[in-house]
Design a protein around this ligand. Structure first.
Ligand SMILES: Nc1nc2c(c(=O)[nH]1)N[C@H]1C(S)=C(S)[C@@H](COP(=O)(O)O)O[C@H]1N2
Ligand SMILES: [Mo]
Length: 181
């Protein structure tokens, strides 16, 4: 009886150790939401699947400093010395499917994170307004990979009045969707 109890205890301990090491392997450095690649899907001729290293080889832009302000008005710190690729450029490489003259005007682009957070852009915002210039998919801060709390790939819309909401940490997918007929 005693040895059976002992054996069960040893087995339970072994199980704990195994699941703990599995969890450590699954989350690239301590945060279960960290993403290491993004996809561009939906109404595109060439879906993309890119790592931070792939993004680093594309034409990039830098933001020296951007205060992060929540929708509530609360100050959430700032983004400093980040480097990223314009979302517009990624969508141009994926080639949005919009055969009709008026199709682009009905297209929305949904940027989704691994924690379920999502934000929306319109095609017109990205391709036909000054907002588009400031929408970066970024992967570097001070020349280093992004830390676990936002990385490895994130997005920001630098021209927004309040920049917090469309600062998407742990970016995972960009989906192109025609939302009205
Ligand atoms: N993936 C993800 N990104 C996110 C959020 C979130 O919940 N998940 N919250 C947003 C909001 S509302 C703000 S104001 C900014 C700053 O939030 P922080 O203070 O949690 O960094 O991150 C934004 N990005
Ligand atoms: Mo926010």
């Amino acid at each position: 009886m005693k040895s059976t109890t002992l054996r069960i205890a040893v087995a339970a301990l072994a199980l704990c150790a195994t699941s703990a090491s599995f969890a450590a392997d699954a989350n690239a450095g301590g945060n279960e939401f960290v993403t290491t690649r993004i996809t561009v899907t939906g109404a595109v001729a060439h879906p993309l699947d890119l790592t931070a290293a792939d993004l680093a080889r594309m034409p990039s832009h830098r933001i020296a400093e951007l205060p992060l302000i929540c929708q509530s008005g609360a100050n959430r710190g700032k983004l400093e010395n980040i480097r990223g690729v314009r979302l517009r450029d990624l969508l141009e490489s994926a080639v949005i499917v919009a055969p009709g003259h008026n199709d682009v005007k009905k297209i929305a682009i949904v940027a989704a994170a691994s924690d379920g957070y999502k934000v929306v852009f319109s095609w017109s915002e990205l391709f036909n307004s000054p907002v588009g210039d400031g929408v970066l998919v970024f992967f570097e801060r001070n020349g280093m990979p992004l830390a676990d709390e936002e990385g490895r790939i994130a997005l920001v819309s630098a021209a927004d009045t309040r920049s917090g909401p469309r600062h998407v940490r742990w970016l995972q997918n960009i989906e192109v969707r025609k939302i009205v007929d």
